[in-house]
Design a protein around this ligand. Sequence first.
Ligand SMILES: *[C@@H]1O[C@H](CO)[C@@H](O)[C@H](O)[C@H]1NC(C)=O
Ligand SMILES: *[C@@H]1O[C@H](CO)[C@@H](O)[C@H](O)[C@H]1NC(C)=O
Ligand SMILES: *[C@@H]1O[C@H](CO)[C@@H](O)[C@H](O)[C@H]1NC(C)=O
Ligand SMILES: *[C@@H]1O[C@H](CO)[C@@H](O)[C@H](O)[C@H]1NC(C)=O
Ligand SMILES: *[C@@H]1O[C@H](CO)[C@@H](O)[C@H](O)[C@H]1NC(C)=O
Ligand SMILES: *[C@@H]1O[C@H](CO)[C@@H](O)[C@H](O)[C@H]1NC(C)=O
Ligand SMILES: *[C@@H]1O[C@H](CO)[C@@H](O)[C@H](O)[C@H]1NC(C)=O
Ligand SMILES: *[C@@H]1O[C@H](CO)[C@@H](O)[C@H](O)[C@H]1NC(C)=O
Ligand SMILES: *[C@@H]1O[C@H](CO)[C@@H](O)[C@H](O)[C@H]1NC(C)=O
Ligand SMILES: *[C@@H]1O[C@H](CO)[C@@H](O)[C@H](O)[C@H]1NC(C)=O
Length: 819
Amino acid sequence: MVSFFFCTLSSFIFLCIHVSSAADTISANFTLSGDQTLLSSNGTFKMGFFKPGNSANFYIGMWYQELSIQTIVWVANRDKPVSDKNTSVLRISEGNLVLLDGNNLVWSTGLNSSSAHDAVLQDDGNLVLRDDSGSPLWQSFDHLGDTWLPGAKIRYDKRTKKSQRLTSWTSSEDPSPGLFSLELDESTAYKILWNGSTQYWSSGPWNSQSKIFDSVPEMRLNYIYNFSFFSNETESYFTYSLYNHANVSRFAMDVSGQIKQFTWLNNNNQWNLFWSQPRQQCQVYAYCGSFGICNDKSQPFCQCPRGFRPASQKDWDLKDYSAGCVRSTELQCSRGVINEFLPLTNVKLPDNNSEGLLGSTSCRSACLGNCSCMAYAHEETSNRCLMWSNDVLNLQQLEEDNSEGSMFYLRLSASDMPRNSPSGKSNKVMIIGAVLGSLGVVALVLLAVILILRSLRMKRMRGEKSDGTLAAFSYRELQNATKNFSEKLGGGGFGSVFKGALQDSSVIAVKRLEGISQGEKQFRTEVVTIGTIQHMNLVRLRGFCSEGNKKLLVYDYMPNGSLDSHLFITQTGEEKTVLGWKLRYQIALGTARGLAYLHDECRDCIIHCDIKPENILLDSQFGPKVADFGLAKLVGRDFSRVLTTMRGTRGYLAPEWISGVAITAKADVYSYGMMLFEIVSGRRNTEQSENGKVRFFPSVAATVLTKDEDIRSLLDPRLEGESVDTEELTRACKVACWCIQDEESHRPAMSQVVQILEGVLEVNTPPFPRSIQALVENDGSVVFFTESSSSSSHNSSQKQNHSSSSSSSKKTTNNNSSA
Ligand SMILES: *[C@@H]1O[C@H](CO)[C@@H](O)[C@H](O)[C@H]1NC(C)=O
Ligand SMILES: *[C@@H]1O[C@H](CO)[C@@H](O)[C@H](O)[C@H]1NC(C)=O
Ligand SMILES: *[C@@H]1O[C@H](CO)[C@@H](O)[C@H](O)[C@H]1NC(C)=O
Ligand SMILES: *[C@@H]1O[C@H](CO)[C@@H](O)[C@H](O)[C@H]1NC(C)=O
Ligand SMILES: *[C@@H]1O[C@H](CO)[C@@H](O)[C@H](O)[C@H]1NC(C)=O
Ligand SMILES: *[C@@H]1O[C@H](CO)[C@@H](O)[C@H](O)[C@H]1NC(C)=O
Ligand SMILES: *[C@@H]1O[C@H](CO)[C@@H](O)[C@H](O)[C@H]1NC(C)=O
Ligand SMILES: *[C@@H]1O[C@H](CO)[C@@H](O)[C@H](O)[C@H]1NC(C)=O
Ligand SMILES: *[C@@H]1O[C@H](CO)[C@@H](O)[C@H](O)[C@H]1NC(C)=O
Ligand SMILES: *[C@@H]1O[C@H](CO)[C@@H](O)[C@H](O)[C@H]1NC(C)=O
């Protein structure tokens, strides 16, 4: 402080800059104006005037000094900007910290009869107003903005029944309080509210035993944040710290209406999104405002329907959609003015409607007859007519094949209705236009180009029709291409695969499906869906054939075959060159990426259901490609029966396949974990050793992990001598062990597995999987069966009440699965 005083008096002295940057306290001797800043004592946080984005306004804000991206964590005058930072000053005045613009009071800490002496910017990002004796009078941690920093608390005051709130910015250029906020409620749950009242997400109550929120099971995987809960008669609060103080991390109520946790990646110089809720953008209440249509699969997420435009194009461009859409032409509702209805297909109906049973009139005329009716939907099953007046919030576009979609009719002035289109086609064209808007046009043009190119290529190949973007082959063609199915590449529960070559000499793999119970139309629909899924770690479907019960799929051919042939020593003793560690790790990572794509990125979550080394194919560069995805839907109802009884699959099946509960993407995670162990060990998980004892590798690995024994003992002995990155090995084993936990919620999502393998996320030591634990404890009393007896040790022990009988009955688990 001394030095700074010196500095402002004689600013020509060179030393000034260096010395002044050390000030961390505003006092009678030091005020903040223009480009001056405060710096916390160890240099973590900086405070001063800033201008968000292209805004013309200045605010007093706090940000990380060292990060290359200015990230504002707190703003003093959130909704009262100043226009000139040179004429504005932040100072101690009459016992408060105040922001003055000239002589106007813009912002103040607002304490009555306060005798504040100074305000210090602490290293944790807290600005503290103190009296003469240094006792705190006011602190910014009690007045949170959109960011919750480590050490700060979000309190619930039990006497006033009020919670502190994190409140989003209005837009990226406007820090004033937006519509979304996070607060704590009396039941120890966090909830996210829209406009301070409508709740659209809750963390579920805090579980003090497991230290997670009930609806946030993924917290178990959290390795960064140490959350703790405090409660006494007057208040309760959460706070958190970072396990590793070197990490930079923040938690924010984002302008998107989602809470987001970020960690700073030093290597990439950027924030990495660690976690966010709600998962889907369209789950955020009223995100697209009134009449806006939300679509999780489009960018931007919000569109205005035909006949509407954004209420504020400027806000819309800043991704603040809250004002929604307004009509291009005001609706007139007098005699003689014609209103019509714009049909929207496959939408999730908005909230808040008035409803009535249909009498003699149609729903349409009921709506037309009431000037305050803005839209209607006719619910056919109950013959109810739903009508909307005022705002239409949470209109959401669903996928074409989502069965929950409804028809929705939006009232429009006749002049805004699309014209001059022959009736049959008009609806479709119009709907597409309304939903996709201008972006859709681009997509349509692209699609058309792709279609044309494809069909040209196909025409060159043969003179036949195509189905979507896929080639539709005749059986004869494929018979010729595969030389009458002479070169078999492999077989499985759903059909055999043959090598073939097309006329353009590209090599293909043809899968001849067996036991398809799907009808023709549904088969084609599923095939087309599979055909649209393309990712570098997924085998590409090129075409199909469907003639009666002859159903075939045509894939790219993968010259290096399947992973099992490289991993395991085959029964014939034939041994290919051993896959090195680096390559194995890349294969594990690539496979995880492919699966994460299937689960999260493509239109519907696709659960593979049959992850095992046989279904991981390797291209010429040994790049992994997941094969056979989408078969579950293609095969239809017999799928799970075939799968659970199929030889060579059982060891990878998650317990829920056997117990009969609904299958989620976490079943793939389980299978992946099992496979990852095999990638590490180079052997099947269940193996009979020479002395007749059965070795169940996951149990060995879990023991090593939990007892912190030598991790290298788990490695494929053939890799001895190779320099194996122990950290990678540890990471792979830990994540594999997490993947095979009994509880689905304890298993990571595939996208988290990717991050862990990439080294972006670290991973805690996993607990011993419960069912495997049971195995170890029962050692000796449980008989393990090898592959050929079609029962894996893991599954038979899953049902503990069966474990004693299962040793005498090989078929126990099979019976369960078909039940
Ligand atoms: C700042 O001013 C106070 C009186 O208001 C004085 O006691 C103190 O020594 C000054 N500090 C510095 C660093 O000049
Ligand atoms: C504030 O002052 C600095 C130099 O003191 C000058 O460069 C800048 O243009 C001024 N800003 C405004 C808005 O007047
Ligand atoms: C300060 O006093 C005013 C008027 O007496 C009152 O409205 C306000 O709530 C008080 N502020 C605080 C922080 O106590
Ligand atoms: C500065 O202090 C904070 C809070 O005490 C600490 O978390 C951080 O690691 C420190 N930073 C440096 C660079 O010392
Ligand atoms: C939010 O709620 C307030 C009343 O609590 C209301 O006046 C305001 O219009 C609401 N905002 C929106 C965008 O609906
Ligand atoms: C987690 O936070 C609590 C409360 O602040 C503390 O007692 C505990 O030591 C912390 N745990 C670790 C591992 O840092
Ligand atoms: C509850 O704890 C806070 C500190 O966190 C303390 O100020 C308050 O007095 C406590 N209330 C009771 C009733 O013990
Ligand atoms: C946390 O800090 C440690 C040690 O500096 C570093 O290795 C790790 O990558 C950091 N994690 C993140 C997510 O930044
Ligand atoms: C929804 O309906 C409730 C009660 O009928 C009403 O209070 C609320 O304002 C409505 N909300 C909207 C957005 O129309
Ligand atoms: C028109 O609709 C509004 C809102 O649903 C309703 O309150 C009103 O009674 C209706 N008017 C007539 C004439 O049915």
